[in-house]
Structure formats: C-alpha cells, structure tokens
Design a protein around this ligand. Structure first.
Ligand SMILES: [Zn+2]
Length: 302
C-alpha cells in the first residue's frame, strides 16, 4: 500500500509540476516606473506589460485594443491610482479585466493607496482646472516611497504566486539593499538643493520637490491640466524677475513651447528631466532615473 500511495503521489506531482512551473504572473503596469519596479521584484517569474511610455501623457490615454488584450491576461494591475488613469483604466478593467483584477482585490495594486499623498482636497470643482481631488497621484518621484511600494508589491505576489514567494523575497531584499545605498547618495545631493527655486510645467514633480525641499515658485499651467496662456506667462515673467530661479522642469511628454518662451525671456535654463523610466538614455531603471534627476538638478543649481 505504501508503495502504491507513494507512486500515486509521485505521479500527481509529475502531472501538476509542468503547469505551475511554466505559469508566469502577468502584470499590467500602467506606467513605466511600475513596470520597472515589477521587474525588480518579480524577476523571471513575471511577464510585464507596460501600458505607457515616458513620452506619453498618462492623464490622456485611450482604452485602445492593444491595452484591452493585455488587460485580458492580467493577474495583477499595478498603477499610480488616485484617478490618474481614470480616463482609461476603468474601461479596460470593466471590459477586459478578470474578477481577480478589479478594485479591492489582491490583483489591484494602486501605488498611491499605500503612501501619504500631497494636495488631497476636501472638495474640488471644475473651476480649479483638471485637478486630482484624491490627492496628487504622481507618487513615484519620492525616492523613499519606492521601497515601501515594493513591499506591497511583494506581498501581492506572495498571494498570487505563493510557490515563488522565496524568490520574491530575495529579489525584494537585494533591490532594497541597492536602493538604500543610492538613497544615501541622493540625500547628499538633495541637501545641497534645499531651498532652490524651480518652475514646473505641471504639478507632476510635487513628490520630488517636497522630498528634496525644492521650492516650486510657479507652474506654467495657469491651472492644473490647462495649457499655458499668454497672459499667465506674461505675469509669470514679471514675478520671476524678482527672484533667482534655477530651472524650468519639463517632462518628456510635455509641450515645451511655453517653457522655451519663458526660458528665453527670463534667462532660466530648461531641464528636460527623465520623469520616469525611459525618460532619457541614462534612465533605463528606477535607480538610473533618480540618479539622472539628481545629477541634472545639481548641475543646474551650481
Ligand atoms: Zn497630474
């Protein structure tokens, strides 16, 4: 009897093993930064589809067929949240998402749900522009949030794919060890940037400037999400003449016409920061993106 049982047990394992060994966790990442973090923690046990590129404005995407196809396969949806993707992500999950990747499930991970948010409003109306009433969603630019969000990601992967929990823990720990070494360097650079004045195009740098104690003196957008106007730029020009401003920060997907106009009139350099992974040639990883950002900011401030 014992032999028969062990034989059956052995056969059972043989039958079960190939399926579970091959199945990778399919991760649908809305933005490049979350795709990159998923790669760090998931390693070779995950397949990642990143829905947007650094050159695309994630505020304004369409729920196109390629995104629906990717959503259909997803085991985990990993995005910024706080309504950043409200114009397209709900359509994708409603039309093509399985029951395990809907809001409030294990397969639904919104980074901004797990870190303190800036600019949370008690009430917002259209007169304020295209604001994010749930708080500023651009949370990936606080370097201390990244390892915190990595912890939540690992926790979801443990639940979705418990067989590989050990690998996820190893990946997480080595990522965090490297991150902390870099973080010390970025803190040194940020300390020198403290009090520097910058102008932004949109309020998508808030977590970076807040963390590094950089002052955002003006936005080129008269209200969040509204394109710069001549009258707004004229008044900006008058006010920036009275203070020293180190740079105008522009993301890869932003129209830089207004920045160029002000840069010329007020003699303030434009900094085309990477903003996310893939935002420039040196920003191919999350670490590269932050290192490049602090390098460029330091150069502009000195
Ligand atoms: Zn925004």
């Amino acid at each position: 009897m014992k032999n028969i049982f062990s034989l059956l047990f052995g056969l059972g394992l043989l039958i079960a093993a190939p399926a579970s060994a091959q199945a990778k966790v399919n991760i649908f990442a809305c933005e490049p930064e979350w795709g990159a973090l998923a790669k760090e923690v998931g390693g070779s046990n995950v397949d990642i589809y990143t829905a947007t590129k650094a050159t695309q404005d994630v505020h304004h995407m369409r729920a196109k067929p390629s995104l629906l196809a990717a959503m259909r396969k997803a085991d985990l949806v990993f995005c910024s949240g706080a309504a950043l993707e409200s114009g397209w992500l709900p359509i994708l999950t409603q039309k093509a998402g399985g029951p395990d990747v809907q809001p409030n499930t294990v397969g639904w991970l919104m980074a901004s749900d797990h870190v303190p948010k800036l600019e949370v409003m008690e009430k917002a109306d259209r007169s304020m522009g295209h604001v994010h009433p749930e708080g500023n969603p651009h949370v990936h630019l606080n370097p201390e949030y990244i390892p915190q969000i990595a912890d939540f990601l690992a926790d979801r992967l443990y639940q979705i794919d418990p067989d590989n929990a050990g690998t996820y823990t190893d990946n997480l720990e080595s990522f965090k060890a490297r991150w902390n070494t870099n973080l010390n360097q970025w803190k040194v650079q940020a300390a020198r940037l403290k009090g520097t004045n910058v102008i932004v195009h949109h309020k998508n740098w808030a977590y970076l400037t807040d963390w590094a104690d950089i002052n955002v003196v003006e936005s080129l957008e008269p209200k969040p999400g509204l394109p710069p106007t001549t009258s707004h730029l004229e008044s900006l020009l008058q006010s920036v003449k009275k203070q020293k401003v180190s740079a105008i920060l522009v993301a890869p997907f932003e129209n830089d016409e207004a920045a160029k106009w002000l840069s010329e009139k007020a003699a303030i350099p434009i900094l085309y920061l990477p903003y996310t992974v893939g935002g420039n040639a040196n920003a191919s990883t999350l670490e590269g993106m932050f290192s490049e950002t602090f390098r460029m900011l330091s150069e502009a401030a000195s």
